[in-house]
Design a protein around this ligand. Structure first.
Ligand code: GTP
Ligand code: MG
Length: 337
């Protein structure tokens, strides 16, 4: 199972590419597309609510194993730049760059754009990402791209195998009530194994719920493990009590005030005490106030934040600090507790 986030500039062909890679499923400010080949499942996450809000973009990347960065053959725009900044903060484990709408260009211009992208991403977390031209019109490169993503699936399986014995952790990305079934949540199992009848806790509220049934790709299963995308029917909780980003887990820290060790974004990322910022962690988001700041080693900062609401987190979780009213580049820094 490979989860792919589509990121990139405005009108860069993300949605068209997603619809070529899979069949449309769950729909909100992020839209999921699925493609099944034998045992292998490809899920593509299109953050349709971006660039209006950075939230769907951060959510899509945090829901995925691989980032697919789309650059239209006509070139990069300001939002593509913003996405590069976010990649450099979050440092996703796997990424591919695709030059979309290759049919509107020529091999020489595509080659020139590749060089430009390589120069722009040099020294960033995207350095070394493979660049593949595609066109949803001529179908150039689509099969090759899909094959490449399935190749990564083999690698991901090994990565996830090492996580199946850990305590379970599932961030909720969608939740709703189904008549006759009750509360259903959708999410990816980040680590651990979940079985029917398991009693689990939902953080931050600390609510207990029992797993009534588990579905994967519309099929009932008894158990799901790290790397799987699941639908869980839960007993003991109602959909209206949940929020995107709540985590089904064995244990999480829960707090509305934190001290974060922060690295600032390239080129920008200035902020100071008393600034109102927006925080993203996992699939949670909240406004927050910077209440303290001090330089620490390696050009990093200790940043104290007071959040408008409690968030659930574990050691090593990545908090993105952003400023929503900045028209150009909204990502300021990344921090860990
Ligand atoms: N010629 C050509 N046009 C394409 C291709 N892919 C997408 N387009 C066109 O490019 C435009 C933008 O495509 P979308 O898929 O909506 O791009 P997007 O990145 O999802 O756009 P936003 O979500 O609005 O930022 C549409 O008019 C598409 O028909 C392609 O491979 N070739
Ligand atoms: Mg779109």
């Amino acid at each position: 199972m490979v989860n792919v986030a589509l990121v990139g500039g405005e009108r860069s062909g993300k949605t068209t590419l997603a619809s070529r890679l899979g069949k449309k499923g769950t729909e909100s400010d992020i839209v999921l597309y699925n493609f099944t080949k034998g045992e292998n499942i490809l899920t593509v996450v299109d953050p349709v609510g971006y660039p209006k809000s950075p939230k769907p973009l951060v959510n899509a990347v945090n829901m995925s194993d691989v980032v697919l960065f789309c650059v239209a053959s006509s070139g990069l725009d300001a939002r593509a730049g913003e996405c590069i900044i976010l990649m450099d903060l979050l440092r996703p484990r796997h990424g591919i760059i695709t030059i979309t709408k290759a049919d509107e260009s020529n091999p020489y211009a595509v080659e020139e754009l590749m060089k430009k992208i390589k120069a722009l991403t040099r020294g960033t977390a995207m350095e070394g990402w493979e660049i593949m031209p595609t066109s949803t019109k001529s179908f150039e490169g689509i099969d090759r791209l899909r094959d490449r993503l399935f190749e990564l699936d083999e690698l991901l399986k090994k990565e996830y195998e090492a996580l199946v014995d850990r305590p379970v952790r599932i961030p909720i990305d969608h939740h709703f009530n189904v008549t006759g079934v009750g509360c259903v949540i959708l999410g990816c199992v980040l680590q651990g194994t979940v079985s029917v009848h398991d009693r689990l806790t939902i953080f931050p509220p600390g609510r207990e719920a029992e797993v009534r049934s588990i579905q994967m790709q519309d099929n009932d299963v008894k158990q799901a493990k790290a790397g799987d995308r699941v639908g869980l029917a839960l007993k003991g909780v109602q959909s209206k009590e949940l929020d995107r980003g709540f985590i089904i887990s064995g244990s999480e820290a829960v707090s509305d005030a934190l001290k974060l060790k922060c690295r600032t974004a390239r080129f920008r990322g200035e902020f100071s005490v008393n600034d109102k910022v927006h925080l993203y962690v996992g699939l949670q988001s909240t406004p927050a106030l910077i209440t303290g700041m001090a330089p620490s080693a390696n050009g990093e900062y200790e940043v104290e934040v007071k959040m408008d609401k409690e968030v659930a987190y574990s050691p090593g979780d990545k908090f993105i600090l952003s400023r929503l009213d900045d028209p150009k580049q909204r990502f300021l820094a990344i921090g860990t507790p």
